[in-house]
Design a protein around this ligand. Structure first.
Ligand SMILES: Cc1cc2nc3c(=O)[nH]c(=O)nc-3n(C[C@H](O)[C@H](O)[C@H](O)COP(=O)(O)O)c2cc1C
Length: 220
């Protein structure tokens, strides 16, 4: 079925995107207003975009036209934020911080979340998160009046000790992070426990495999 984006409403375009581009990782972002008020909220228009420079980004919209979400406004004003990743154990607390509170409400306090001071930036990280990234604003790509792609450079990453397999080699026990992803609809999530392994194919092996297959076909 064809859905022509020129002929459907913004809401319908949004529904098609978020119910197909799945699972999406979740950035649980802590930011601070210019006068120091803390803010936390989850964003699943999120990913890492570059290793060098190390860049992560979130698509953050507005509560209503002309009223940007606190996170986008705070980051524009202070240029600092922390991206925390969300494990299964933190799912419900994350959901509390997504409630559309009035500006100025500290969602961390509402969800009874403990924080730990950051090293390079003013906003703290969330203690229960197994991975937190201290970020400085690189650029906000304005996407119309009420949406923005916030790109941040990662200055430091905190990883919970028990998931670090080998600190010198920077090996992380990724399945043990038990991160969740955002799925379709308004409330579906995915666990990251149903995995399969598929090795990359070296160029030379591909040639061998192709030759092998063509011999097989010759014989038929
Ligand atoms: C799992 C999840 C993912 C979300 N992803 C986004 C997103 O990518 N972009 C967005 O603008 N809002 C997203 N939201 C909604 C915001 O979290 C919500 O509007 C929040 O109140 C914004 O808070 P703030 O005004 O303190 O920044 C998401 C909510 C949930 C529960």
């Amino acid at each position: 079925m064809l859905f022509d984006f020129a002929e459907i409403s913004p809401r319908e375009r949004y529904k098609l995107l978020v119910s197909t581009v799945t699972p999406r990782p979740i950035a649980w972002v802590v930011s601070q207003s210019l006068d120091g008020r803390l803010n936390a909220a989850p964003f699943s228009f999120f990913n890492a975009f570059s290793g060098e420079p190390p860049v992560v980004g979130m698509g953050i919209s507005s509560h209503e036209p002309g009223r940007p979400k606190d996170t986008r406004r705070n980051i524009r004003e202070t240029r600092q934020f922390v991206v925390n990743l969300v494990s299964e154990e933190a799912a419900e607390a994350m959901n509390v911080t997504a409630i559309e509170f009035e500006a100025g409400v500290d969602e961390l306090a509402e969800a009874e979340l403990k924080t730990v001071p950051s090293l390079y930036v003013k906003p703290p990280r969330i203690a229960v998160s197994p991975v937190s990234m201290e970020c400085e604003l690189l650029q906000i790509v304005d996407l119309g009046q009420d949406n923005g792609l916030v790109l941040g450079r990662v200055l430091a990453m905190h990883v919970r000790d028990d998931v670090v397999l080998d600190a010198a080699k920077h090996y992380i026990d990724t399945p043990r992070l038990k991160l969740i992803g955002r799925m379709h609809g308004t409330g579906w999530y995915a666990r990251t426990t149903d995995l399969f392994l598929m090795d990359r194919i070296p160029r030379a092996n591909w040639n061998l495999r192709r030759d092998h297959n063509s011999h097989d076909n010759d014989g038929r």
